[in-house]
Design a protein. Sequence first.
Lengths: 115, 111
Amino acid sequence: DSGVTQTPKHLITATGQRVTLRCSPRSGDLSVYWYQQSLDQGLQFLIQYYNGEERAKGNILERFSAQQFPDLHSELNLSSLELGDSALYFCASSVAGGNVYNEQFFGPGTRLTVL
Amino acid sequence: DQQVKQNSPSLSVQEGRISILNCDYTNSMFDYFLWYKKYPAEGPTFLISISSIKDKNEDGRFTVFLNKSAKHLSLHIVPSQPGDSAVYFCAASESGYQLIWGAGTKLIIKP
């Protein structure tokens, strides 16, 4: 158990809908990262928050947004969903936020299926 | 454009033997490399890393080798154990910026 929790575990929805994925980092970690893993692909970095502020942005679509709240949990919002958004979405946390040299601890992921 | 490639989707190895997982990259500016291990229904967990100033890093049964001229790294597991059966991801970073991940190699350890 990494100490990072993600809810829900599974989510099935229809095209055009909007969903929210939630992540609670390990106790004491200030950084949260979001990744997308499509079928048979590597993880794609989406976005990083550090202590409530956006720190780095990767290949995140404009239809997607995220935020980190004062209690450090984070939410990833996906809107106008398309079939291609079906994927595993991972959240990771780390103590600091400067760079990837700080070990990232991953949650179990949320599997999103768009029908 | 895949900057990090793991060309073997799967690998089967006898228990007790050496497992060698390979990873190639195209960006010569990558200076930090990591291996993660992932079991089904769990998130990836960090295994071992190497900086570009080194060519080898060991941690117990796990050794990572980096060949900068060939833009190639490999993970050696000796001896392989049943618990090593998992998907292994290679990831790389330039100057500590975001991680670029390979597609993973599924390692199966046969008894």
